[in-house]
Ligand binder design. Structure first.
Ligand code: ADP
Ligand code: MG
Ligand code: ZN
Length: 532
């Protein structure tokens, strides 16, 4: 565990109240890692940044201090991106725990809004937690007025920014609405901020702190290692993947709950159907195009175990709190390691073993690449997305290093691979495999020369690979490619080695693949040397 906080050496007066609230209101026995220190810091009015894995118990970190301010009644404002999540939380707070909490969003009826605002105005009000969507903070004049009024009365206890990585354009889930939260610090200066996330690389973390204006804050960082998850990447053969998944499930997992992530809704629907019809499994699809009712339905059926497998796009997951998910399968490569880690984080929340399997083929990455090329955003944003994607590809292409080591390194954590205990495919494989290290620098230079001399003709990675290996194919002869600089420089390489080598150059950002469309709408990814 990494923690940058020092332990409080003398017991603070509020510790007893904290413990009482924990057992009597939240009905929990003990604090989990960092919770006590985080809550203490919050009560002392400090800015706090919390990095805690999904399921670690972030909500308690702001809910508990919110109810502890009886002597100085005030309201904590919680900003969260997902309405359904906030609804669940508020329902639980009010109906189960008896805490006065409320929710405001733009779709709510006028009567409810009026009630909330009138409560906020009463100095004697018991309301201590108000959940709002980020756009409400920006767009609702009424809300901003109510907050200003609280602020003037010194009743604005703190701002809580949940899923704080959404603030950063470097994150995998940037939300424009979140960007505007930076104004909170200026408008309500002196009000402490607590930012929480389960996913932040050092870059994202620094960016979040900067955007929110949290200069001197306490940072609580927990190890991201999830010991009970085993990690594997398998080579994907699209034709046999459904069989393969079936075998995986049939192997003692028929009565286990699992999630299969797909890249698009079409793949979700067809894979779910195949698992149902051909193999008799209880699988249902889930994606953003379903009506909210349908989505809630599928989710409930799955949560309660009547459907075992949910085949979903990444629309599914945020706020899913099912403890016994025994496997998460990715039927295609995700677009970033951050996203990937968050998705597999939904497995094994009960601490029992769970398997995370990723079906990988380089070809799937080009779907993301195409989306990035076609999508909105300026060139800097596209560059970031490509960098994130490259890191994900590099992870999949790596068949040597411990996967735990690789993921944790990405999150800025050092992990000794000997602690993996063969719970990833690469550590397992290392037992019967020897690796040879070779310096490929000069071949890399030759390859760049080759690409430079042929790129204007529009060539794909696989074509360059053949040229590098000195193919005498008629196409290449006819095009005059054989005269190109460095043609055949990699004659000695086997095809798989040459392919890995070329992909490595792409992952490193030395070569880039640019998606282009012909007038029939078909796309090809053309290889170019990156121009700075
Ligand atoms: P996160 O937001 O970090 O993903 P949540 O706040 O939703 O996690 O909490 C996940 C689960 O852990 C919830 O069911 C919650 O009740 C439980 N939990 C939180 N803190 C504790 C604790 N100290 N002891 C036991 N369970 C806890
Ligand atoms: Mg949470
Ligand atoms: Zn390992």
């Amino acid at each position: 565990m990494i923690s940058s906080s020092s332990d409080e050496s003398c017991p603070a007066p509020w510790l007893r109240d904290m413990r009482k609230a924990l057992t009597q209101v939240f009905r929990l026995n003990s604090f989990r890692t960092h919770q006590q220190q985080i809550i203490s810091s919050a009560i002392q009015g400090k800015d706090v940044f919390v990095l805690m894995p999904t399921g670690g118990g972030k909500s308690l970190c702001y809910q508990l201090p919110a109810i502890l301010q009886n002597h100085a009644p005030g309201v904590s404002i919680v900003v969260s991106p997902l309405l359904s999540l906030m609804q669940d939380q508020v329902h639980d707070l009010v109906c189960v725990k008896g805490i006065a909490a409320a929710l405001l969003n733009s779709q709510m009826g006028a009567a409810h809004r009026r009630w909330v605002y009138s409560e906020l105005k009463k100095p004697s009000s018991l309301m201590c937690l108000l959940y709002v969507t980020p756009e409400m903070l920006e767009k609702s004049k009424e809300l901003v007025e109510a907050l200003s009024c609280l602020y003037d009365q010194d009743r604005l206890t703190r701002f809580v920014i949940d899923e704080a990585h959404c603030v950063s354009q470097w994150g995998h889930d940037f939300r424009p609405d979140y960007k505007l939260l930076g104004n909170v610090r200026n408008r309500f200066s002196g009000v402490p901020i607590m930012a929480l996330t389960a996913t932040a690389t050092p870059t994202v973390e620094a960016d979040v702190l900067r955007c929110l204006g949290m200069q001197e804050c306490k940072v609580f960082r927990q190890s991201f290692n999830r010991k009970n998850l085993s990690l594997e990447v398998v080579t994907k053969t699209p034709r046999s993947m459904a069989d393969d998944i079936y075998q995986f499930i049939d192997d003692g997992r028929r009565n286990h709950s699992g999630i299969i992530y797909c890249i698009g809704r079409q793949q979700c629907e067809s894979l779910a159907e195949e698992l149902r019809e051909a193999f008799g499994l209880t699988a249902e699809h889930y994606h953003a195009k379903l009506t909210p009712d349908m989505r809630n339905n599928v989710q409930r059926e799955w949560k309660e175990g009547r459907i075992r497998i949910i085949v979903a796009t990444i629309a599914f997951g945020m706020g899913i709190d099912k403890p016994d998910v025994r496997y998460v399968i990715h039927a295609s490569i995700p677009s970033s390691l951050e996203g990937y880690y968050q998705e597999i984080g939904r497995a094994g929340r009960d601490g029992q073993p769970a398997v995370c399997r990723l079906y990988y083929t380089y070809r799937d990455a080009s779907v993301h690449r195409g989306q990035i090329d076609r999508g909105g955003g300026n060139s800097t944003q596209k560059e970031r997305l490509n960098t994130n994607l490259n890191a994900m590809i590099a992870y999949c292409e790596n068949v040597i290093d411990c996967r735990r080591f690789l993921v944790l390194k990405y999150f800025g954590e050092t992990f000794d691979a000997s602690g993996c205990n063969q719970t990833c495919d690469n550590c397992l494989g290392a037992m019967n495999q020897t690796n040879i290290t070779k310096d490929m620098t000069s071949l890399a230079i030759e390859t760049i020369r080759l690409v430079r001399s042929v790129q204007s003709a529009g060539v794909t990675l696989l074509q360059v690979l053949d040229m590098l290996r000195g193919s005498q194919s008629k196409r290449f002869v006819d095009n005059g490619f054989l005269e190109a600089t460095s043609y055949g420089a990699g004659k000695h390489l086997s095809r798989p080695d040459a392919e890995r080598f070329m992909k490595h150059l792409v992952i490193m950002g030395i070569l880039v693949e640019k998606t282009e469309y012909n007038n029939m709408g078909f796309s090809s990814a053309y290889l170019k040397v990156r121009t700075p």
